[in-house]
Design a protein around this ligand. Structure first.
Ligand SMILES: Cc1cc2nc3c(=O)[nH]c(=O)nc-3n(C[C@H](O)[C@H](O)[C@H](O)COP(=O)(O)O)c2cc1C
Length: 186
């Protein structure tokens, strides 16, 4: 049942070194491409990275920008990062067996909304295969796009490090249905 997959899924930032079958990644992409999109433009592209050198390059760019971002973070964001022990170091960028870079093709209307819908489908399909990820939204996405030869009209929306979970932390709480649903009028 899809509800069980959705309830079970949680963000994972530590991965085991075992390499999952490429077919499982392709299964998740096959699922993602069934998402609806504005004008059925299907404005998404999935880049699968397995090369260690490329992973290192991405990590280096991301971490140099993250350092500055963390130094400048304040308020609710800072509290969240401390509470969840999230730092500027992004070890999942070279420890996860796969990095899936998801691009939206900005030449189409609603490219962002459509691509994020497909990312949601992708996450649930991963869960079905007992794979985990973190929806990592890197600072300086265009710099990362450049080193993987992305054309100008491809915007990097997210990096999904994918592998088997090595993270025992519990899933974050969710609001109750009656807190988020209204009928007829707010
Ligand atoms: C749009 C979006 C952006 C996110 N960006 C990041 C990120 O850059 N780094 C990170 O560690 N987690 C990121 N997350 C993961 C969230 O922190 C996580 O989903 C949330 O805390 C709920 O935890 P759960 O997924 O385990 O239920 C992002 C999630 C979403 C949906």
């Amino acid at each position: 049942m899809i509800l069980n997959l959705a309830k079970r899924r949680k963000t994972v930032r530590n991965f085991k070194p075992e390499i999952p079958p490429l077919d499982d990644i392709l299964y998740a992409i096959k699922t993602a491409k069934e998402a609806p999109s504005g004008m059925n433009s299907q404005p998404w592209h999935f880049l699968i990275i397995t090369d260690n050198l490329m992973k290192e390059k991405i990590k280096k760019i991301a971490e140099s920008a993250e350092k500055i971002f963390y130094e400048n973070s304040k308020g609710k964001l800072k509290d969240f990062l401390i509470k969840n022990k999230i730092t500027w170091e992004k070890n999942f960028l070279n420890s996860a067996p796969y990095l899936i870079l998801v691009f939206s093709d900005i030449r189409f209307p609603f490219s962002k909304e459509s691509t994020w819908l497909s990312i949601g489908y992708f996450l649930l399909a991963l869960e079905e295969k007992k794979l985990s990820t973190v929806t990592y939204t890197p600072p300086k996405p265009s710099e990362i796009g450049k080193i993987v030869n992305a054309p100008k009209f491809y915007k990097l929306e997210v990096i999904l490090p994918v592998g088997y979970s090595n993270d025992s932390k519990k899933k974050q709480n969710r609001k109750k249905v009656d807190e988020i649903v209204s009928y007829n009028i707010l």
